[in-house]
Design a protein around this ligand. Sequence first.
Ligand code: AMP
Ligand code: GLY
Length: 422
Amino acid sequence: MKVLVIGSGGREHALCWALSASSLVDALYAAPGNAGMAEEAQCVDIAADDIGTIGAFAKSNAIDLVVIGPEGPLVAGLADLLEADGIKAFGPSAAAARLEGSKGFTKDICARYGIPTAAYGRFTETGPALDYLQRVGAPIVVKADGLAAGKGVIMAETVAEAEAAVADILDGDRFGAAGSEVLIEEWLGGEEASFFALVDGVTALPLASAQDHKRAGEADTGPNTGGMGAYSPAPVVTEALAGRIMDRVIEPTVRAMNEAGCPYRGVLYAGVMIADGVPKLLEYNVRFGDPECQVLVLRLRSDLLPALLAAREGGLKHFDLRWRDEAALSVVMAAKGYPGAYGKGSEIRGIEAADAIDGVKVFHAGTKAEDGKLLAVGGRVLNVTALAPTIAEAQAKAYRAVDAIDWPGGFCRRDIGFRAVG
Ligand code: AMP
Ligand code: GLY
C-alpha cells in the first residue's frame, strides 16, 4: 500500500515509524513531515490544514490510505473529502469529529446518554453566562466551545477570573469562531489519564493505557502545554477501571454517534479524571494523543496498519492487538520559553548517541534539516522515548538518552513519570 501520514509532530513521527515497519507498506509519505520523519517517509511540502491540496496529492499519487494525525484537518472534513474521492482515510468524518470540534456537542451527548462528566452550562450570550457563574461560584472551569489549540480552557480560582474568561471568549476576538459559545463546568479533582480506543463505527477496541503530563513545570505545576511527557502503562488505569471507562464512557458514545447518524471511525481519545475509582469524561479528542502515541507505538507488538484499516472498515469485532509487557516513557524536549514565546533555529546535536541506546527512539516534533545541521523550529521539538521492563527503568533510560543530546536551546522536565514511579 501507498500510505500518506498527515502532520508534522512527534505523534506523526511515531505513526510513520510504526507504519514503516509494516510489511504491507510499500511507500510512505508525510505531509508536511519533519526532519525525523524524513528518515522513514518521503516528506511532501503541504500543510496539514491545506485539505484541498492534500486531496489532490493523494489522488494524483494513487495513495491507498491517508492517516490523519491532528484534529484540525479532521474537523475541517479531510476524511470526507478523501473518501468521496475513493481514497481510504483513517480518522473520523467532520460530523463525527465534532466530539473534539465542539465541547458543547460532546457535553450534550453525555447528558443524553448518562455519561459521567462535570456538571455544565452552555452559553452564547454573556448575561446568562454571568448569572450562571453567580449561582455556581468558584473554583470553576470556563471553556471556548471550539478548537483553540489548547488555549481555550481557563481554570478559574475566583468568580472574577471566570467572568473575565467568559467576556474574553464571547466578546473578544482571540478565539474566532471557536469562541461563539462558552461552556462553564464544574472543576473536577482527581488524577487524569488518557484513554484510547480504536472504533470502527460499532465496535471499540481499547488500547494500552497511558498518562501524560500537561503542565510545563515539575511536579505538574505552571502553565498548560500540549504535553511534556507520557508513559504507558498508567498504573491508575487498572483493568477494572478500564472496563468501567469502556462501559460508561466509550460504549455509550459509540452508540450515541450511531444514533446521531454519524458513526465514529478512527481513534477516540477520552481525557478522563479519576477520583475514588470513578472515571469522569473531561473531553474527547478525535486523534491520538501527543506524546501518548509515542509511548503506545513503542509498546505495540502488532502491525499498526491492519489495525487502522480494521477501524476504517468495520473489522474490529474479531481484531486483537498485542502489546509488549515492557513499559515506555517519553520525555519532551522543548525550546526554552515554551509554552510562551520561544526562539527558533538553535542547533541540536547528539541524537545519534541517544538513539544508539538499546530501547531508545528519539521522535522528532519540531525539527528541520538545513546545511547538514539539525535545527529546532517548534515549541515541542524532540520526544526522547524509551522502552524497559518497568516505568522506573524506562524513566532512567529516557533521561540517559536526554543527557546524550546536546541542545543548549532546549529544556525538559526531569520528573516525567513521577506519579507512577513514586
Ligand atoms: P480539555 O482541553 O477540556 O481537556 O482541558 C485541558 C485540561 O484542563 C485537561 O486536561 C485538564 O487538566 C483540565 N480540565 C479541563 N476541564 C476540567 C474540569 N472540569 N475539571 C478539572 N480540570 C479540568
Ligand atoms: N497529550 C495531550 C493531547 O494530545 O491532547
